[in-house]
Design a binder for this molecule. Sequence first.
Ligand SMILES: NC(=O)c1ccc[n+]([C@@H]2O[C@H](COP(=O)([O-])OP(=O)(O)OC[C@H]3O[C@@H](n4cnc5c(N)ncnc54)[C@H](O)[C@@H]3O)[C@@H](O)[C@H]2O)c1
Length: 246
Amino acid sequence: MAAGARYAGKVVVVTGGARGIGAGIVKAFVDSGAQVVFCDKDELGGRALEKDIPGSVFIPCDVTQEGDLQPPAQWPEETSIHGFRQLLELNLLAIYTLTKLTLPHLRKSRGNIINISSLVGTIGQSQAVSYVATKGAVTAMTKAFALDESQYGVRINCISPGNIWTPLWEELAASTPDPSATIQEGTLAQPLGRMGQPDEVGAAAVFLASEATFCTGLELLVTGGAELGYGRKASPGTPVAIPTLT
Ligand SMILES: NC(=O)c1ccc[n+]([C@@H]2O[C@H](COP(=O)([O-])OP(=O)(O)OC[C@H]3O[C@@H](n4cnc5c(N)ncnc54)[C@H](O)[C@@H]3O)[C@@H](O)[C@H]2O)c1
């Protein structure tokens, strides 16, 4: 099938679509022939992308009442219940609310939902207790919704990206003491030796929406293999016990 026809005649709504992974998803669905409406709280960025991608329609919208970006690396004692709640609003409850609001329509149109979770929701991540907890919940909620909605023919899947080179990644790296070292570490975390690109997440989303018609409750890892194999996992302060040769 021609790339421009894979999702022709369908309407796709993307949240947080002005930049990064969301923008990659907007582009991929426009290329697949869908009509794409995207929202973002960044009105300037959204308008700019709307101009760049003819066929897309931007609507300014904050998917939470008090959304915030994910916090920088935090040890457990540095986290707060307030910060955790804000992240829950953004990463989990916004998805829950949007899903509830769109289900009546999706049941009629036999549509599908793709949530963006994260690899770390399954494998954990240091200094990110709140973020990891919200993403693990997104993956779990995807499966629970998938079970309940399958009777209506609505499929609900999620994508768990690993390291994807986006403005968010760049900003988080810039906030560390040695940004180049942070970026190098992030790059070497993948057996493929690079970070992913937003359009690669977009391609996975188009696949789930258009071709993966027997998949529901699926967590699709788009990670370059970051979760594979052993690696150095003891942090510098950990007492190590190395066996000696006899
Ligand atoms: N980049 C990665 O390596 C990576 C890895 C795993 C998971 N993820 C997840 O992918 C998603 C996108 O990440 P990204 O790296 O593209 O981030 P990004 O910051 O580059 O882009 C996020 C977009 O969402 C918009 N946004 C934020 N809060 C909003 C709100 N309340 N209402 C509407 N729009 C809002 C921002 O304005 C921005 O345009 C996030 O859920 C993130 O946790 C990213």
